[in-house]
Design a protein around this ligand. Structure first.
Ligand SMILES: NC(=O)c1ccc[n+]([C@@H]2O[C@H](COP(=O)([O-])OP(=O)(O)OC[C@H]3O[C@@H](n4cnc5c(N)ncnc54)[C@H](OP(=O)(O)O)[C@@H]3O)[C@@H](O)[C@H]2O)c1
Length: 280
């Protein structure tokens, strides 16, 4: 099996295009899931303060025996902590919970434009501090819409390295992806298999039969060939293995087009709308 490709970010750092997500993994199960994922070959873990399992992510990485420097670790600022001083304290807690002196990537989890007087710019400038002192090797955002990204471009000095947004065949989120492509911001696709809701789709199952792969492998390969980063979540070792085996086959351009055509626009969105989401 060929290796997971690296993608070069706008700050020169590289990130494995395939990782392992730990949203909704219970803290008690997280260290073992992370250790298992690393054993399979994953070298990129996506967590967040909000997931409540950063400590166990750190434990799993240490238990694997793999050098910390060989694993790409992302975490995200909690919604309740956007004020600069809160964000500074929260970042210290993230590092101490993980048990590391740096993260590879730190994100603003949600823009929350209706909270904090709509001021995600000060929050972003606080993340710039973490980048400047090298405790966050790269910084980025999550769930930012085009107008939020335009505002950062107008009012700050650093272009986010990534924007982590909902993307899957029922919600391809093209306008935000295209803005990223045009401005050096790599798209990370969250809920890449829509928490398994796309796996029974007849187009996906037909393509899967043709290429002799599982529906999940086809959907994840679609993301990979579109150039996005993915980190499917699973607590099931056989699925973790399956989701890692994406680099020994290719989809035809016509397959890619057919899957992209499953887009349902806003009807396909499973998560909250970033313009309205306001849970601090
Ligand atoms: N930034 C954000 O706001 C945001 C929001 C959501 C997610 N995320 C990130 O994105 C990651 C992935 O998204 P997600 O966890 O929402 O959903 P997902 O990866 O699209 O789907 C996970 C679900 O699909 C099942 N599954 C996994 N592999 C499968 C396979 N090969 N066949 C059948 N079912 C399979 C899992 O079940 P089992 O675990 O039972 O095997 C789990 O129920 C998260 O873990 C998190 O890191 C970020």
């Amino acid at each position: 099996m060929s290796a997971v490709p690296n993608i070069t970010l706008n700050d020169g750092n590289t990130i494995p295009q395939l990782g392992f997500g730990v949203f909704q993994i219970e803290p008690d199960d997280t260290a073992e899931a992370v250790r298992e994922a690393l054993d399979i070959g994953y070298r990129h873990i996506d967590t967040a303060e909000m997931y409540g399992n950063e400590r166990e992510v750190g434990e799993g990485i240490r238990a694997s025996g793999i050098d910390r420097d060989d694993v790409f670790v992302t975490s995200k600022l909690d919604n309740s902590l956007h004020e600069p001083d809160d964000a500074r304290k929260a970042f210290v807690t993230t590092l101490s919970d993980l048990g590391f002196d740096y993260v590879d990537l730190f994100l603003i989890h949600w823009p929350l434009p209706t909270l904090y007087d709509g001021d995600f710019v000060s929050t972003w400038k606080t993340l710039e501090e973490f980048h400047d002192d090298d405790r966050a090797r790269s910084i980025g955002v999550s769930n930012f819409q085009v107008d939020h990204l335009e505002r950062l471009a107008a009012e700050t000095d650093t272009v986010p390295a990534v924007n982590q947004i909902e993307v899957h065949p029922y919600f391809t989120n093209e306008a935000v992806r295209e803005y990223g492509q045009g401005h050096g911001i790599v798209t990370e696709a969250w809920s890449p298999i829509a928490q398994s809701a796309v796996l029974d789709d007849p187009t996906i199952t037909r393509i899967a039969e043709n290429v002799e792969k599982s529906p999940a492998q086809v959907v994840l390969r679609w993301h990979i060939q579109r150039g996005d980063i993915v980190f499917p979540k699973s607590v099931t070792p056989s699925r973790m293995q399956e989701n890692f085996e994406l680099f020994d086959f290719e989809l035809d351009p016509s397959d890619i087009e057919e899957i992209s055509a499953l887009d349902q626009g806003e009807d396909g969105r499973t998560g909250p709308h970033p313009d309205r989401f306001a849970r601090a």
